[in-house]
Structures are given as C-alpha cells and as structure tokens.
Design a binder for this molecule. Structure first.
Ligand SMILES: NC(=O)c1ccc[n+]([C@@H]2O[C@H](COP(=O)([O-])OP(=O)(O)OC[C@H]3O[C@@H](n4cnc5c(N)ncnc54)[C@H](O)[C@@H]3O)[C@@H](O)[C@H]2O)c1
Length: 354
C-alpha cells in the first residue's frame, strides 16, 4: 500500500514524533513512516511499559529513526521529544479496560496526565498537527448502532474516562492555542506485533496464541459479543491521512477508525479455526465488567473528511495476522524475557547517539 503524499500535501522533510512507537499500533505506523520519502526523521518516545524493544529492533539502524526512552508523565521529557519536530502522533497510553479497573490511578496518570503533557509540549514546540489515539470506549453505554461520532454515552471504565478526557483537552487546546488536533477513535485494532502475552492481552492475539499452542482460549461471556475488528494497516492509513490532510475543516475533529463491519467473538474464532485447521473449542468464562456488548462504527465521517478507506477486510486481516504470528512465534515468546532484561535501564537515550 502506498502512503506517499501527493506533491502539495506535505513539506518534503517532515519530522515526526510517535509516542508509544514501541507498541503495537505505534510500531506499525513507524514502519510505514520510515518508508516515506517525504519524511526525514521518525522519533519514538516510549517507556516500554507495554511496548517492546523487539517491536522496533528492525528500525534501530535506520538512518531516519530515533528512539527516546522516556515517560510521557514527565513534562521535560515530552518537551525534549517535541524539539525540532513538525508533527506528533500520540499513541502512548495504558490501553486496557481491565487494567484501568484494577489500577485507575496509573491509567489516569499516563492517559490523562501524560496526554496533557504531550499536548502542552506540542503547543510550546509549535507542532503543526497532533494526531492522537482516541477510542471507541468513549461510546460507553450508548445503545445506538452504528456508532456515530456525535452520539456518545457514559464511559463504562476508568480507561474510557481517560480517552474521553483526552478528547476534551484536544478540543479545548484547539480553541485556545494554534495547534491542529485530530482524534482517531480506534475500534479493536489487530495485526502483527499486538502482544499476546500478559493479563491484559486483547482477544485476537490471545486467540492466535491459543490456536498456535493448541490450548483452548477463554471467551468472556457467551461469544455473542460483537466488535468492529479492524486490521492495523487501516489504522496506519488513517493516521497518515489525518496527519497530512490539508483540509482545514478536517482538523479539530474526532473520527471513527474501523472496518465498518460487526463480527461476534464466536464468528471470529471460527474464521481462525478455519485458517489454522484447528479443532479447538473455546471455554466460556464470565463477562468482564466494563465491556460493552456490541460495537459497530459508522465510518462515513473519516471516509468523507480524511479519504479513509479500510482496504483490508476482516478475513484478509486475520489471514495476514495469523501468518505473522505463525512466522514469529519465537519473537512473541521472547518478548517477556527481553522486557525483564531491559528493566532498570531508566535513563533517557537516543539510540543513534549512545
Ligand atoms: N489496540 C486497540 O484496539 C486500540 C483501541 C482503541 C484505542 N487504542 C489506543 O491506541 C493507542 C496504542 O494502543 P496499542 O494497542 O498499540 O497499545 P500498546 O500497549 O501496544 O502501545 C502503547 C505504547 O505506549 C507506551 N507507553 C505506555 N505508557 C507510557 C508512558 N507513560 N510513557 C511513554 N510511553 C508509554 C507503551 O510502552 C507502548 O509501547 C493507545 O493510546 C490506545 O489506548 C488502541
């Protein structure tokens, strides 16, 4: 897929900061940004809380790539990360609903405190545009389907509160200061490098791991919960289109970034069984608090304003992701180990310069 901007859509030497670039979505975005001729620097700021050096290993020798290990909860780190940058893609967050229920304080500190730091640092550095990761969890208890950007409900988890507050801060900053913001409400993104390990792993990487290890996965609830599962390439495309859009009216808005199709967990698991020739049957567990029952996005706003088009549909996305997990089983199983080895390295460092 080509993401090269058209002749007038972008300065020829854009420098981009990606927070959370060692994570799942961030590292997929970084990979594509590094391929774009019109971009001269891709800097990652990440504290490796849930991201992994594994995810950025293949970029570390790339001449355009910089890695700043640091925490968005520290304002000076955010300022340093924004120095000399033109654009910011803010992906860093603690991104799990159950984690936020267990530890709302840390989720709040990172997702609200850290996001506010990044917004302020971007404003002070006169960043041209900041595109940030919002979330479908903002729809909360709203019963309406498909979800439209202007009809939200009450948040159902501390995580959802933090994502809503990020949107509110973006809105206020856009009104008060001269920074363009775009929020992308992701709906269940999946694909290569999504972490299948740990207590807070998402459902698709958990299913992939279960099938590859031939151990039955647990489905929370009866399997009829549905989601708008979206392949990561579509999310990357949305980020790039949002970042380089020249349409003034497209800025300071939030957009649903999804596939536009509803799939139940059971349907999802059945596709995966077919792809892997597996005979596994899932185990059904209790529903998780904070989870919504159904989710489906209306993506017309992103299509109309950003030219977003989800090119990879669910089945093709699952095929690609499954292929990746199959080919990278060692990579996945060593992630936890590498993370332990890395513990204790707290100093900020730019990889090319140490
Ligand atoms: N994956 C999805 O389906 C989904 C859905 C909705 C929203 N989002 C949002 O998209 C963004 C990326 O999510 P992801 O799925 O790639 O998760 P991820 O956990 O793989 O990536 C998040 C990255 O942020 C980094 N990070 C966390 N705390 C940090 C801190 N204090 N300072 C610096 N870096 C920090 C992590 O180390 C990690 O690399 C998040 O903002 C998340 O809330 C994701």
């Amino acid at each position: 897929m080509s993401h090269q901007p058209t002749a007038n859509s972008q300065r020829p030497t854009a420098k981009i900061l990606v927070t959370g670039g060692a994570g799942f979505i961030g590292s997929n975005l970084v990979e594509t940004l590094l391929e774009m001729e019109s971009i001269s620097i891709v800097r990652v700021l990440d504290n490796l809380a849930t991201g992994h050096l594994n995810n950025i290993e293949s970029f570390r020798q790339h001449p355009k790539f910089e890695f700043l290990e640091g925490d968005i909860r520290d304002f000076d780190t955010c300022k340093r990360a924004c120095e000399g940058m033109d654009f910011v893609s803010h992906q860093a967050a603690l991104s799990s609903v159950p984690r936020s229920i267990k530890d709302p304080i840390t989720t709040n500190e990172v997702n609200i405190g850290g996001t506010l730091n990044m917004f302020l640092a971007a404003k002070e550095a006169r960043i041209k545009k900041l595109v940030y990761a919002a979330s479908s969890s903002t729809y909360g208890d709203s019963p309406y389907l498909p979800k439209r950007e202007d009809v939200t409900g009450k948040p159902l988890s501390p995580y959802a509160v933090t994502k809503l507050v990020s949107e509110l801060y973006a809105d206020v900053f856009a009104r008060l200061y001269e920074v363009d913001f775009i929020g992308l409400r992701y709906f269940n993104i999946f694909g290569p490098r999504q972490d299948p390990n740990g207590a807070y792993a998402a459902v698709i990487p958990l299913f992939m791991k279960a099938v590859l290890e031939n151990t039955p996965p647990t489905i929370n609830g009866d399997g009829n919960h549905s989601r708008d599962f979206t392949y990561v390439e579509n999310a990357v495309q949305a980020n790039i289109k949002a970042m380089f859009s020249k349409r003034k009216e497209a800025s300071n808005e939030v957009y649903n970034i999804a596939n536009g199709e509803q799939t139940t967990l059971l349907e999802l698991f059945n596709i995966l069984k077919e792809l892997s020739n597996s005979e596994l049957a899932p185990i059904f567990g209790p529903e998780r608090p904070g989870d919504v029952k159904h989710s489906l996005a209306d993506i017309s706003k992103a299509m109309n304003y950003l030219g977003y088009e989800p090119k990879v549909k669910i089945r093709e996305g699952l095929e690609k992701a499954f292929q990746w997990y199959k080919e990278n089983q060692t990579y996945i199983s060593t992630q936890a180990l590498r993370k332990t080895q890395h513990k204790g390295l707290q100093n900020l460092r730019l990889n090319n310069k140490t």
